[in-house]
Design a protein around this ligand. Structure first.
Ligand SMILES: O=P(O)(O)OC[C@H]1O[C@H](O)[C@H](O)[C@@H](O)[C@@H]1O
Length: 258
């Protein structure tokens, strides 16, 4: 097992964050293990990883579904294709496959890092989402704050670590980033998820910037690295989603700059 890179798009699977099982790594095993390169062209690359591969370690799933030290009851494969489209967009397709005749609970999140200016960056597209703010400001002090995101853009003003769940009926994400880090161009992130056994799956997202103190605490991050980045992390993280027997779930994401 290795350390995940801090940049690009680490894949968080089968959970986002930590579980009460302290032996289970933060954000799961998928970003910590080596993926197999399956095919490559000048504009695309396809790779995969399997929970049952002998080289995949720390493959513990989420609480209550896989007791510590038990044999893995699941067999899930992840197939990822990243490609550059004819119009210059970057496109991701991540397929999560349950190989068994039993169910398998999971969460999955694409932990994208973007070049972004802390000072003037603006994030839009999350109005009416239900926000869980893990780093609330002012009188709310420590703990969590819960609110509905208004129409105003999200700006960075300190440590930001917020989870946004969509309002009913809004399954697909479309988020815009604007900042001088990208010459005030707009980065448009669109993301959707579907299943082989049902229609679309609602997508949540996390917005994260570590700010000064956390940036200093992270050994693999420049002290002032927080000034030029933001993570916008779409995923299936509103509770656990249960993969049905043999079900396949696909998360598709496109990054477009205009
Ligand atoms: O340091 P990592 O394990 O890569 O996690 C980096 C960050 O990921 C997400 O954005 C979480 O919401 C943050 O709480 C966490 O700090």
């Amino acid at each position: 097992m290795s350390k995940s890179i801090r940049g690009g798009v680490p894949i968080c699977f089968p959970q986002f964050g930590r579980t009460s099982d302290k032996t289970s790594p933060q954000h799961g095993w998928a970003r910590l293990n080596t993926w197999t390169l399956n095919s490559q062209t000048s504009t695309s690359v396809s790779m995969s990883i399997s929970s049952t591969s002998p080289s995949t370690t720390a493959g513990r799933p989420i609480d209550g579904h896989w007791p510590p030290n038990s044999t893995c009851p699941y067999s899930t494969d992840l197939n990822l294709t990243v490609s550059l489209t004819d119009s210059g967009d970057l496109s991701y397709s991540l397929k999560i496959i349950n190989n068994l005749e039993t169910t398998a609970p999971f969460q999955c999140l694409l932990h994208n890092y973007y070049n972004f200016s802390f000072d003037d960056g603006k994030i839009t597209g999350l109005e009416n989402y239900e926000c869980i703010d893990t780093q609330p400001r002012g009188s709310e002090g420590k703990g969590m704050a819960y609110f509905t995101q208004g129409p105003e853009p999200i700006e960075l003003d300190g440590e930001v670590d917020r989870i946004f769940h969509p309002p009913s009926g809004k399954d697909n994400l479309e988020i815009q980033l604007n900042s001088s880090a990208i010459s005030l161009k707009t980065v448009i992130i669109t993301c959707s998820a579907s299943s082989s056994t049902s229609s679309s799956i609602p997508l949540s997202t996390v917005v994260w910037n570590p700010y000064i103190k956390k940036a200093k605490e992270m050994g693999d991050f420049d002290d002032d690295g927080y000034k030029s980045m933001v993570c916008v992390e779409p995923g299936i993280i509103n509770g656990l989603r249960i993969l049905k027997p043999k079900e396949e779930v696909t998360i598709s994401k496109t990054i477009h700059v205009e």
